[in-house]
Design a binder for this molecule. Structure first.
Ligand code: MTE
Length: 566
């Protein structure tokens, strides 16, 4: 193929135009304007990885240090009772360097599935070794076994995945293999026969419970609840696309609208188990949940820990569940036992539960105190303090459009078929869903018959033929009003925060409208069909004119002249 081959002199970088336009922002030089002259600072360049083999060897035999904790608990290392184990893991992790996370939040998101591999997390598990060595491979095998083949694997390890848009609201109750998964570590593989958890701390009679104990209906009444679990990272991609945020400390899965799912959970109320332990003592106000997976944060190894207030438990809104949609809880969702906190963010619904501890204050564990925080917009990364963030508990009202997709061309007869979900946390529920096709100026109410059943703790899925007369690019927007008449902020910018949590602004998509109920458009589309030319993409230059010269001349015969006479 002929091409331009001449070399030419230039002092521009080959990607100069892209870098000027902010398309490779990770490589943009930083401007230092603190002095009289603006200086250009080169971005960090990561050098060779280093490794102090002697120091790592001195830590000791990793197979012995991080051995299997209990019979029948594959992949479980208990960190919280063993400061010496934590110190050993810390030494291993700080005696070497690891490659940086891919800067996907400034550069393009890879067009692969899995989207991000989680290289550092895999390396941390291998380096700490012992019982953790096999965990990344075991976990991925479980994903392939338990999840739907069409899942979008946003992060391969720790596994984070969501269903593609077309399957998010396909059913009001999300099938187990399509329910999103948000993991911070590997998946422990626990035998039911060897399973028990302990309830201790500020309770009168600390006790441990097997699954058979919990399933004994003469002791604990069984409950079944339909509940939506939503991760506070849902729809984060809209914030990422607007401005990059946190991405350096933990690999942040670029969640779209699928980090939400609804299931029927069977189990018992935690309140009854606390009662069986004689109740709380000494001013206990919170319950701390321990998950058996290993989580790494700031070069420290730990188990997954969060807490919820006693008031929430007392209201029977915290379940210990072993069944999901009539099936035994899948391993990836917490088998054999998980917590389900109704109406709170998913982060509090701890999987692979091995301990509950009654405590006085909310846990200081990092997942609670350093993450899942809602930061103010105008505090920058370099002076952000934990205390600046609101600990996220109840998700605000939100909604999303699952069909059509943004940038899609839609041929229609005067209305665009739209589908999606609406949800509100804290036991509030969607009362009204509204759609706009003009960016949020005029709103159409989705008829109540087009919404799924109204239930406390649950989302509502919806469908609507949105009237659309105009052609060209239209902006379709959805918003929901909950039963407390809360509604959504209008723009992503109003909810943007450094942690990229709680994208609750109105969901907006741009769609190219082709309205076939207009005679000219219809004629045109018929012509495409007759000529056997596929319609789209809409940017392709047209192969045939939309008006004949005769028609054009007829127009001027009537409308001449072009410029007005004096
Ligand atoms: N429990 C443990 N032990 N480890 C985890 O990483 N992730 C939490 C929560 N429970 C997590 C956990 C988060 S952030 C969410 S959103 C939910 O699990 C997701 O539940 P799912 O993976 O069953 O959908």
């Amino acid at each position: 193929m002929p091409g331009i081959t001449q070399k030419f002199e230039t002092s521009n970088r080959p990607d100069e135009w892209k870098i000027e336009q902010g398309m490779v922002a990770a490589e943009l030089p930083v401007l230092d304007m603190t002095g009289p002259e603006t200086k250009t600072l080169a971005p960090q360049v990561f050098g060779e990885l280093t490794r102090d083999d002697e120091a790592i060897k001195a830590v000791g035999n990793r197979d012995e240090l991080f051995t299997r904790e209990r019979k029948g608990w594959v992949g479980f290392v208990e960190w919280e009772n063993y400061p010496e184990k934590k110190a050993a893991a810390h030494k291993i992790l700080t005696s070497q360097t690891f490659p940086p996370n891919p800067e996907f939040q400034l550069g393009p998101i890879p067009a692969t599935n899995p989207v991000l591999p989680g290289t550092r997390w895999k390396m941390w598990h291998h380096e700490v070794g012992g019982e953790l060595t096999q965990i990344p491979d075991d976990s991925w095998n479980l994903v392939l076994k338990e999840k739907h083949q069409d899942m979008l694997h946003l992060l391969q390890f720790p596994y984070n995945g969501e269903p593609p848009k077309r399957l998010v609201t396909d059913k009001v109750i999300t099938p187990n293999n399509l329910h999103f998964v948000r993991n911070h570590g590997g998946i422990p593989i626990i035998d039911k026969e060897d399973y028990s958890f302990v309830l201790d701390g500020l309770v009168k009679n600390p006790q441990s419970f097997t699954l058979d104990d919990l399933m004994d209906e003469s002791r604990f009444p069984r409950v079944e609840k339909l509940a939506t679990i939503q991760c506070s990272g849902t729809r984060r991609i809209e914030q990422i696309l607007k401005y990059p945020g946190q991405g350096d400390e933990v690999p942040q899965a670029p969640w779209a609208e699928g980090a939400i799912g609804t299931a029927s959970w069977v189990g018992i109320s935690l309140k009854k188990v606390i009662k069986a332990c004689g109740g709380l003592v000494d001013g206990a106000e919170h319950l701390e949940f321990y998950g058996a997976d290993t989580y790494f944060k700031d070069d420290e190894a730990m188990n997954y820990l969060v807490s919820v207030p006693w008031s929430k438990v007392k209201a029977n809104e915290v379940l210990l569940a072993w069944e999901m949609n009539g099936e035994v809880l899948p391993r990836i969702h917490g088998y054999p036992l998980r917590v389900v906190v109704l109406g709170y963010i998913g982060a509090r619904s701890v999987k692979w539960l091995y301990r509950i501890k009654a405590i006085k204050n909310p846990t200081r564990a990092p997942v609670q105190s350093k993450e899942y925080l809602y930061f103010p917009q105008q505090v920058g990364k370099h002076n952000l303090r934990m205390s600046d963030g609101i600990q996220i508990q109840e998700m605000p009202v939100s909604s999303a459009i699952m069909s059509p997709w943004t940038k899609q061309a839609v041929i229609h007869n005067g209305s665009i078929r739209c589908k999606g979900w609406a949800y509100s946390g804290g036991g509030r529920w969607p009362e009204r869903v509204e759609l706009s096709m003009d960016g949020g100026f005029n709103w159409y109410t989705v008829p109540l018959d087009n919404l799924s059943e109204k239930r406390k703790w649950c989302w509502r899925t919806w469908e609507y033929d949105l009237p659309c007369d105009v052609e060209g690019w239209v902006e379709i927007v959805v918003r929901c009003w909950d039963n407390s008449l809360n509604t959504q902020p209008s723009e992503v910018r109003t909810s943007w925060n450094w942690g990229l949590h709680v994208t609750s602004s109105c969901h907006r998509i741009s769609v190219y409208s082709v309205n076939k109920s207009r005679p000219l458009t219809k004629a045109r589309l018929d012509e495409f069909e007759q000529k056997g030319i596929p319609f789209g993409p809409i940017t392709v230059p047209l192969a045939f004119p939309s008006q004949s010269w005769e028609e054009y001349e007829a127009f001027w015969a009537k409308h001449d002249p072009r410029d007005a006479r004096e």
